[in-house]
Design a protein around this ligand. Sequence first.
Ligand code: SAH
Ligand code: SF4
Length: 363
Amino acid sequence: MASVPTNFYDLTRDALVTLTTSWGFSPVHALRLWAYVYLSGQESWANMPDLPARFRAKAENEITFGRLNVATEQLSNDGFTHKYLLSLTDQRRIETVLMRYTGRVTACISSQVGCAMGCVFCATGQMGFIRHLTPGEIVAQAMHVDAILRGTPKGAALAEPKSSSPHSRHERLRNIVLMGMGEPLHNYDSVMTAIDILRDPTGLALGAKKITLSTVGVVPGIIRLADEARPVHLAVSLHGATQEERAALVPVAKKWPLAELMDACRYYIQKRERRIFYEWTLIEGKNDSAENAHAVGRLLHGQLAQVNLIPLNPTAGYDGGPTGREAAHRFQKILSEHGLPSTVRQRRGIDIAAGCGQLATAR
Ligand code: SAH
Ligand code: SF4
């Protein structure tokens, strides 16, 4: 019986070496194959340099490149946010977003199809959980964005931003946020394997401070991340500063209560000597009052923390609206009185429903 080919993007460099040495080849060939794919962005066996024909023939049978095809793409009106709905081999779809603003290029990638966590305002949460992504499906999203940045998009023509972009067409991917569909710490092992592949210095070589993982607050995952010295930034979605208020927006707070979450966060900061970014979706009249801001200040008192305020992107399944600019700045001012640095995230790309999962659920 023929074996199922391995997805190249599922493999760490060590795993690729192990696979090809098991076929009887020198590790040198695996390392050349690895560097060729990640440095050139190409997948053509025919053009692969410096590899014996016998190796190529074997690899061509045993390895596939699990690229993702573009089902839909949308460009925001300002031209700086490009959103892709990508098809997986089972025809499930995930979102990957390329953002070109604040002077840098960032890919926002997904970790699951749907999500089990059920945050009430989130389009992905409203879909429910469908399945985990494999490491290769996570890495392939980065390769998709990297290919676009190189000017060689697969599966779709690239529309250039309408306004002038300070970036050249040949920019490489340098920043990744795991803030697309899904809860990354619910898919821990695949996400960590993908991060190891993305960071490999002989591959895409993303720097230590260039990957940010955002979690809804999966406490065991935060503790594991603190214990394993994987250099990523951690963002924690807070949204409520009391157990009751948070649980109303984030149902998994019942499983991992706020007090336990704060213990895990303090442990992470102390162990990793890194700040945590807390995310706060600002919902008008719900969690954007002066009292809410003071409660955040008290809750995070003494922590090495920064708060990222994100005005809500309205979703079909939730009857709430975004906090206005003035109220957002009032909130921010109160946080600064508590010594907490914060940012208000620009709502760029709102015209293409840039909130996570909103393109996938629109179909
Ligand atoms: N599951 C992870 C990462 C994906 S969501 C997490 O929840 O952290 C990334 C961020 O977008 C989270 O802070 C989430 O609360 C926020 N978010 C989700 N839907 C949103 C919406 N409709 N408007 C604004 N922010 C939203
Ligand atoms: Fe899942 Fe994050 Fe959406 Fe919550 S906000 S449902 S954890 S993707």
